[in-house]
Design a protein around this ligand. Structure first.
Ligand code: PLP
Length: 393
């Protein structure tokens, strides 16, 4: 990171922890054996993979043999949605998800629709909260999967997964949660959540990019997604990404050690930023659920200013934020999450997400609170849409 840079986009990705990097390094050049081979060099890799699997399982409170390594959140989500749908298509072709999922779930659901499945998208309220009753009402005899995210990546709302889990269990429907934004940040024990499938991604909690995992509860029926070798109990083909897996395991261990302390600190910093922005900037609203919220994430909509303009002005000052989810930055479409929350498109266009992490310090929040209000004022002075009376305040 550049000296003086303030990184507030941890929901997009986190810096790899130096301990993670150190642990991975030796499995790149020195212990490079293929874990599927039988000689000592290969066995060394295989042992490292199993140790990492154990660490991830500890974080989720499940058996080691219920963890399957993937290339990240996107693959896990696609596997959960398509693999479950294909495995059960004899029973039915109906899937339930929500209108605020990440595109890795939404587009997999859209793909299923294109080949004859039916999908119900349950709505959210204006805080992006899903009502478990809506999920219950959507269940039909031919429903084969419910996929609801644990926390939303844009506005940070934490969904009532345990309640939905009970509903899914009573109905005998497989339940998947995309926990990419919560693993390593808040408790994610799979039994407490009542899920059959859970997606996670290492780069969201100080691990490497391009590696993730899927939790598959023992007995859950799911079709393999990657065809090829017999790795991962013949469920996910492909030579294992040993350095990545070791990094994921190291990040999982660190998460267990730091998660609670991080969360408490980040909640305080987020409150300071949120309150400071609302106090100093007129015509601004804070989004997401006021209590059931990811620690360290602040999402605001600023009237009369484009999110991208604010992002670029902050970037010029060395502050990294997001004006939507990282995956949609670059597109000028308003966020599907904000639209689903009932926000008018013109308001949704003015959104900025600040997401803090383990290394964020209070001085950085002070810096943003100093920089951001004049940026908004400057942009509003040029805005054709921002109302005049506020402009002269
Ligand atoms: C909620 C959610 N699901 C899935 C993903 C995709 O994960 P990955 O980047 O590991 O493919 C992301 C990444 O932004 C996310 O926030």
């Amino acid at each position: 990171m550049k000296v003086g840079q303030v990184y507030l986009d941890h929901a997009a990705t986190t810096p790899m922890d130096v301990v993670v990097h150190r642990d991975m390094g030796q499995y790149c050049c020195l212990f490079f054996g293929n874990p599927a081979t039988l000689y000592a060099l290969g066995r060394r890799s295989s042992e490292a993979v199993e140790e990492a699997r154990h660490r991830v399982a500890e974080l989720l409170g499940c058996g080691d043999d219920e963890i399957y390594f993937t290339s990240g959140g996107t693959e896990s989500d696609n596997w959960a949605v398509q693999g479950t749908a294909f495995r059960h298509m004899e029973k039915g072709k109906h899937v339930i998800t929500s209108s605020i999922e990440h595109h890795a779930v939404l587009d997999a659901a859209k793909f299923l629709e294109s080949i004859g499945f039916e999908v119900t998208y349950v709505p959210v309220d204006d805080t992006a909260m899903i009502d478990p009753d809506d999920v219950k009402k959507a269940i039909r005899d031919d429903t084969v999967l419910i996929s609801i995210m644990h926390a939303n990546n844009e506005v940070g709302t934490i969904e009532p997964i345990a309640e939905i889990g009970k509903i899914a269990r009573e109905a005998g429907v497989t339940f998947h949660t995309d926990a990419v934004q919560t693993v390593g940040k808040i408790p994610t024990k799979v039994d407490a959540l009542g899920v059959d499938l859970l997606s996670l991604s290492a780069h969201k909690f100080y691990g490497p990019k391009g590696i993730g995992a899927m939790y598959i509860r023992k007995g859950t029926r799911i079709q393999r997604f990657m065809h090829g070798g017999r790795q991962e109990h013949n469920k996910r083909a492909g030579t294992l990404n040993v350095p990545g897996i070791v990094g994921l395991g190291a990040a999982a261990k660190l998460a267990l050690e730091h998660r609670e302390e991080d969360a408490e600190r980040l909640r305080k910093l987020a409150k300071k930023l949120n309150d400071g922005l609302l106090d100093t900037i007129p015509d601004i609203r804070s989004n997401g659920h006021p209590e059931k919220h990811l620690p360290g994430l602040v999402h605001v909509c600023v009237d009369g200013v484009e999110g991208e303009a604010m992002l670029l002005c902050l970037d010029a000052e060395g502050v990294c934020v997001s004006s939507g989810s990282a995956c949609t930055t670059g597109s000028l479409d308003p966020s599907h999450v904000l639209l689903a929350m009932g926000m008018p498109a013109e308001v949704a266009h003015g959104s900025v997400r600040f997401s803090m992490g383990r290394h964020t310090v209070e001085e950085e929040i002070d810096k943003v609170l100093e920089l951001f209000p004049p940026i908004v004022e400057k942009l509003r002075a040029m805005s054709p849409t921002y109302k005049k009376q506020v402009r002269v305040r």
